[in-house]
Ligand binder design. Sequence first.
Ligand code: GLN
Ligand code: ZN
Length: 760
Amino acid sequence: MALAHTLGFPRIGRDRELKQALEAYWQGQLDETGLRAVGRSLRSAHWQMQQDAGIELLPVGDFAWYDQVLAHSLLVGAVPRRFRPADGRVGLDTLFAMARGAGQGCAGAQALEMTKWFDTNYHYLVPEFAADQRFRLSWEQLFEEVAEARELGYRVKPVLIGPLTYLWLGKARDGAFDRLELLERLLPIYGEILGRLAALGVEWVQIDEPILVLDLPQAWKSAFERAYHLLQQAPLKKLLATYFGALDDNLGLAANLPVDGLHIDLVRAPQQLAGVLDRLPPYKVLSLGVVNGRNVWRCDLEQALQPLRLAAERFGERLWVAPSCSLLHSPMELAREDRLDEELKGWLAFAVEKCREVALLAKAVEAPESAEVHAALADSRTAQDARRHSPRIHNLAVQARLRGIGENDWRRPTAFVERIGRQRAQLELPPFPTTTIGSFPQTAQIRQARQAYRRGTLDEAGYRAAMQAQIRRAIEVQERLGLDVLVHGEAERNDMVEYFAEQLEGYAFTRFGWVQSYGSRCVKPALVVGDIQRPRPMTVEWIRYAQSLTARPMKGMLTGPVTMLMWSFPREDLPREEQALQLALAIRDEVQDLEAAGIRIVQIDEAAFREGLPLRQAERGHYLDWAVQAFRLCSAGVRDETQIHTHMCYSEFNDLLAAIAALDADVISIEASRSQMDLLEAFEDFAYPGEIGPGVYDIHSPRVPGREEMLALLRQAAERIPPERLWVNPDCGLKTRGWTEAEAALANMVAAARAMRASR
Ligand code: GLN
Ligand code: ZN
């Protein structure tokens, strides 16, 4: 009998109960007992939901108060000195201090760094290791949860982050040593953990080693063998879990480690099945991830069944069926969606429904002739056919337009060196022009107006008036401060992707499709359902209004195609690149409409450009090709005089410069203040041709930087980039700041730019 299991389940709760409880606890409105009670009730509800759906082996340890990597740091006692309580006992408050920082000023402890979990939109807290790092079992939560599950009568499989993945995800403090050196110190703790779990009566443990789908240095590969030989003695069975890609060159390694089973992701990497069937010893368990744990679409059961049948021949009852990865990355329960139309609903599956799919597939391997299996397969086929033929996903005009794209549509008619002269002549900007990235403070007033409009208590005219008042205010402030290129402030935008998605045909939205992003933060990505088309201009009225209030150039503000796609749930029936090009065509029309409305500068934000980079080096070239193409398609249709800006808010551009240059934007603004302009070295070395606005202050903090501080950064920038190509701007948009601090910081920024001009 093929066993149905899951690698992890969403922890946030159907109604985001965990979010509410965490936030109440942080505000002192809920005590620790209350918070723990919420955790317990969520865990038992989630186990029950999975079991009801037919999952036979349930995950435990996938619950976390903030993040599973952070929980693991507590488990193994990797608590940096600044967070260690005087009595040495780490508790919930230690955990939250590590996640969110503690105290203020010099006595305060800065939170751990946060970064993306592989290529998902989930963020984990980066373990921080000291050179004299010691590990020690320090957190009982996992064992308590196992006991809790067993008391409730569930059959569970604890989930652990593997030792190598854990070290890989962490960083050595001050980069002072190689974190792989810590392995020998870490392994005994794993031995202890496994021993404790075995003593609790656990039969199987899942050890996640997703780094096995990355290009690993040889030292790390060799360390796998060492580590798992040492863990071999533990008296329980180990399932090594990999996901988010193919094992490829690590296949032999993964297949032969002394563990009892291997999980592979066949959604992301279906091609790896043959190799795995070939090389995995048949006495091991093979777990196949055939239901996509990262998207919202219903599984094509017949298609998913094929590899299972193939594997069953060889592995028999040692074949397990699972989602591709933890269901953490998919929304909770489709049945909750009360406003989705039936047609679309019939195409979707969230975590609970995915569990049912897994269970059904396990059954289908076992009893292909059963009536239930027959019915489910027929139903799946009907749903797939219906979607495939639905007019809702096909827009022939869009498809024809895509086919008709020619060489010239990708390319601006004139080279940068030539067109920049025309732009400068007509914009008449001073040297070191000042600007901002787009958004101004999203005040309570703005949010209230937007909500009232959505609820229908504010009519359209009232809403428009409220937003126009915000635009007027933003422009007044910018003129008073003396900024050179103005923005309208984005008051009307809830979110830089959703705002556009809502105005495009081909997108759909859920009401409860929340996915944890980090801590108590969740996102509700829009769904790309069908071919994308822009029925009418999306931003032109606002920008035109803003421009009518000022003689200074107003920057039109758009979100780029790659970011639109990366922060949505994409289609699975069309390659990502085609979806990006469709989005690009829609944005292209908007760019041209802005130009026709007299807007001379258009900024196309690509905050997620770097995020889209595939995990494997070998796949990056292809990604960058289409990502660049999509950007060029949306931006290249304008006159020489129209200036195209782009914005990317991060400071790692290694390996990316050729692609960034290929975007052929006239101006790029980037995050630079926290890296002390160091990243400009890469731009300099590459001889990047365009204009650059390296952010001169960090917008993540309420601190108001002084004029001298920004001036020093600008001087550093001017050593690397020819001064005539430098812009002056903050690191990113100001929507999370208050007006007082935003104004004060911008006033100092303008003063710094003026000092630069004066010193030339
Ligand atoms: N224009 C957007 C803003 O200013 C850009 C946001 C981003 O890059 N994340 O808010
Ligand atoms: Zn940004």
